[in-house]
Design a protein around this ligand. Structure first.
Ligand code: GAL
Length: 394
C-alpha cells in the first residue's frame, strides 16, 4: 500500500517530465525552422522563409542578377502518386540556405485537352536565361495525361521574368527527321527493326540498341525525351540533355540561338548504358556529367562521364560517390549541378531523396563537389556550409 502511494507521485512526475520534454522538443523544432538557415543539412526537412518544407522536386537553379531561382516539381500534400496538379514551383534566394516561396511559375492547364492538362506528369523543370532575347526559358519532361510514361516528350515554356508566370509554348519529341552526329552510315541504314526482336534484353537486342535500333524507330516522329537538364556553355550555346531511346541512351542536343528550338545537331551518349537523371557542369574546359541508373524512385549508384568537348567522346569513370551510402548515391538521385557564384570551381551536387508514398515530403540532398585527381568526388556530410569551398582542394 505504502509502495503504491509512493508510486503515484513518481509516475505523475515522470509523466510531467516527459510531457515537458516533448513540448520543448516541438518548440525547439518549430523555432529551428523559423530561424534563418546558416548551413545545408542534406536529407532533412528544409523549410522556406515561411517555415514550410520546400516543394521543388527534381529541380534546377538559375542565377540571375545576384539571385538564385530554384524551380522544381510541385507535389500536393497527402497525395500519393506523381500527377502534376499545380505545376512548377519557384523559390528565390541570395545565400542558397534561405529560400523564399515565389509561387507557381508554370501552372498546369484546366483545359483537359491541353498538353499540360492538370493530371499530366511534369518533371525535372529547368530554366535558362537568353541574354539576346531577354527571355527566361523553361524545359521539362512531359507525359500526357492518362498515358503513363509513353509520350516521352519535352515541354517548353517562356517568361519575361524569372519567377514567371511562364507561358507554355509547345511540347515535342526532339530531332524528328535528323540523325545523331555520332551514328555511323551503317547504323543509319541498318534494316534491323524492333519487330526483329520479340524478346528484349537478349545480347542481340542489347547490341542492336547500342547500334541505334530505337533511333531508327523514332527517326520520323522524333526521339523520346524523359529525364533531362539544360546547360548553357561559356559561348552562350545551350544544350538539352535527356534520357532517350526508352531510357537506354542519353542524347545531347544543341538549341537554337533563342533557346526555343533544336538546331538538329545532336549526339548519343553511352548508347545502351541505361542512364537517366543527367546533371552536368564544366570545369577547366572539361565537361562532367553525373547520372543515375534507371530504377524509378529507388536510388542506385551514380555514374560519371567526362569529355573534353560537349560533342564527345565521353568516357565513363567509376561512381563519384565514396564512403558509406555511396552505392545508393546516399539515398538520392541527381537532378542538377549548381556552380556557386563568386567561388572558384565551387559546385553543388543537387539530388532528390524521393518519397513516393508521400511525394511532398521528398528530401533534398545537396553536397559539395570535391575534386581528387581532377575528378569530382561526393562524400556524405550531415551538415556543411559554403566555407568548404574556401578550403584548399587538390
Ligand atoms: C525516375 C525518374 C524520375 C521519375 C520516376 C518515375 O527514374 O528519374 O524523374 O520519372 O522515375 O518513376
Amino acid at each position: 500500500m505504502k509502495q503504491k502511494l509512493l508510486g503515484r507521485p513518481v509516475a505523475l512526475l515522470s509523466l510531467l517530465t516527459m510531457a515537458f520534454l516533448l513540448f520543448s522538443f516541438i518548440v525547439t523544432e518549430e523555432k529551428r525552422s523559423d530561424v534563418p538557415h546558416t548551413s545545408f543539412r542534406p536529407g532533412e526537412r528544409w523549410t522556406d522563409t515561411d517555415g514550410v518544407h520546400i516543394n521543388a522536386h527534381g529541380g534546377g537553379i538559375l542565377r540571375h542578377q545576384n539571385t538564385y531561382y530554384w524551380f522544381g516539381e510541385h507535389k500536393v500534400e497527402g497525395r500519393k502518386g506523381n500527377l502534376a496538379l499545380v505545376g512548377v514551383q519557384c523559390y528565390s534566394s541570395t545565400d542558397l540556405y534561405n529560400w523564399k516561396n515565389e509561387g507557381v511559375a508554370l501552372s498546369v492547364s484546366d483545359d483537359p485537352d491541353a498538353d499540360i492538362a492538370k493530371g499530366c506528369v511534369l518533371e525535372r523543370p529547368k530554366v535558362i536565361y537568353n541574354a539576346q532575347t531577354q527571355k527566361f526559358i523553361m524545359y521539362f519532361h512531359l507525359e500526357l495525361k492518362g498515358k503513363g510514361y509513353s509520350a516521352a516528350r519535352v515541354g517548353i515554356a517562356v517568361s519575361d521574368q524569372a519567377t514567371g508566370p511562364y507561358t507554355f509554348i509547345r511540347s515535342l519529341r526532339p530531332n524528328a527527321g535528323y540523325w545523331p552526329e555520332n551514328m555511323t552510315a551503317a547504323q543509319r541504314t541498318s534494316r534491323l527493326s524492333t519487330a526483329d526482336f520479340p524478346e528484349s534484353w537478349t545480347s542481340e537486342w542489347r547490341q542492336a540498341v547500342k547500334e541505334g535500333l530505337f533511333v531508327r524507330r523514332d527517326w520520323e516522329g522524333g526521339q523520346m525525351s524523359r529525364d533531362m537538364t539544360l546547360f548553357v556553355d561559356d559561348d552562350g550555346k545551350a544544350y538539352h540533355i535527356f534520357a532517350s531511346e526508352e531510357n537506354l541512351t542519353l542524347h545531347i542536343a544543341e538549341l537554337t540561338q533563342d533557346y526555343l528550338d533544336y538546331t538538329s545537331r545532336y549526339i548519343r551518349l553511352a548508347p545502351g548504358g541505361h542512364n537517366e537523371a543527367p546533371a552536368i557542369f564544366k570545369k577547366g574546359g572539361k565537361y562532367f556529367l553525373i547520372t543515375s541508373g534507371c530504377t524509378g524512385w529507388a536510388p542506385n549508384a551514380a555514374r560519371l562521364h567526362v569529355a573534353q568537348s560537349i560533342w564527345g567522346p565521353w568516357t565513363e569513370y567509376p561512381n563519384p560517390c565514396v564512403g558509406t551510402g555511396a552505392e545508393l548515391t546516399f539515398h538520392s538521385q541527381s537532378t542538377f549541378i549548381l556552380p556557386v557564384a563568386g567561388k572558384k570551381d565551387a559546385f553543388i551536387f543537387m539530388a532528390d531523396r524521393w518519397t513516393p508514398q508521400n511525394p511532398i515530403d521528398g528530401r533534398y540532398v545537396w553536397l559539395p563537389i570535391l575534386f581528387e585527381k581532377d575528378l569530382p568526388v561526393l562524400k556524405w556530410s550531415d551538415e556543411w556550409t559554403l566555407d568548404v569551398f574556401d578550403q584548399t582542394q587538390n
